[in-house]
Write a protein that binds this ligand. Structure first.
Ligand SMILES: Nc1ncnc2c1ncn2[C@@H]1O[C@H](COP(=O)(O)OP(=O)(O)OP(=O)(O)O)[C@@H](O)[C@H]1O
Length: 235
């Protein structure tokens, strides 16, 4: 049984047209799943359906076999889902460490161990822990955002375009860090514009087009597929 499953996801916004048209997306613990596709394909909307921010007309979302389709976003956090938005995802006027502490806001237990694990995963954050997050580079801020999300000790990490706006070198570094996060046993689901690079590290890849699964396979299989390469990866 796959850990997080979105099955036949169907729905849109208000009375508007359907944006998701029966797509299937899933990710297991210790895996990275990547959603790619053209602008407007419904990638972010699919992410919202896992977060509980979209009213599905059809389909369901299960976590560890439990149906969470009708759970509110707050309740899903309690079930182990954490989300890192694309932008404005750190408190710029707080230090790195204060940002991590904010992530533990709802925890009543001792979170020092978790903070230590996050510093092991992201050594640059330990080095800069007393600096203001607003003074960090884009790639470092993204690490703060991911670290903060991990302070809730989630089992699933949802990332919305974690490498948006960073240089190719920083992108590689971020993907390396995300591989490290995966190796802790986390299920990682992300939307990415940098499709080729993201598929390189994807255990599961989903090419969405008009809210449907156009191509599905391991990242390597999709990268090797001539049709995917020609249509979605620039040849
Ligand atoms: N809050 C909203 N209300 C109404 N329509 C929306 C809303 N958010 C997105 N849409 C529409 O849903 C469609 C899919 O958008 P979505 O952001 O999911 O696509 P995407 O694949 O993530 O695209 P991009 O790569 O451009 O971010 C688009 O036509 C968009 O205009």
């Amino acid at each position: 049984m796959t850990y997080l499953v979105g099955e036949n996801l169907t729905g849109g916004y208000g009375s508007g047209p359907s944006i998701l048209n029966g797509c299937n997306i899933s990710v297991d613990k210790g895996e990275i799943a990547v959603i790619v596709g053209p602008n407007g394909a419904g990638k972010s909307t699919a992410m919202k359906s896992f977060l509980g921010l979209l009213n599905l007309k059809e389909g369901k979302v299960t976590l560890d076999g439990k149906d969470i389709t009708h759970l509110a976003p707050q309740a899903r956090i309690g079930e182990g889902i954490a989300f890192v938005p694309q932008t404005e995802n750190v408190f710029v006027s707080m230090t790195v460490e204060e940002n991590l502490e904010m992530g533990a806001f709802l925890r009543t237990d001792d979170y020092q161990d978790t903070m230590g694990q996050i510093y092991d995963l992201f050594p640059i954050l330990k080095e800069k822990r007393y600096q203001l997050a607003g003074q960090l580079s884009g790639g470092q801020r993204q690490q703060v955002a991911v670290g903060r999300a991990m302070m809730t000790k989630p089992t699933v990490l949802l990332l919305d375009e974690p490498t948006a706006g960073v240089s190719p070198i920083v992108m590689d570094e971020l993907f390396d860090r995300i591989l490290e996060v995966k190796s802790t046993g986390m299920a990682v689901l992300m939307v990415e514009q940098n499709a080729r690079q993201a598929l390189e590290i994807a255990d599961r890849g989903y090419v969405l087009v008009m809210g449907e699964n156009k191509h599905t396979g391991s990242g390597q299989a999709l990268l090797a597929d001539p049709i995917v390469r020609k249509s979605f990866l620039g040849g």
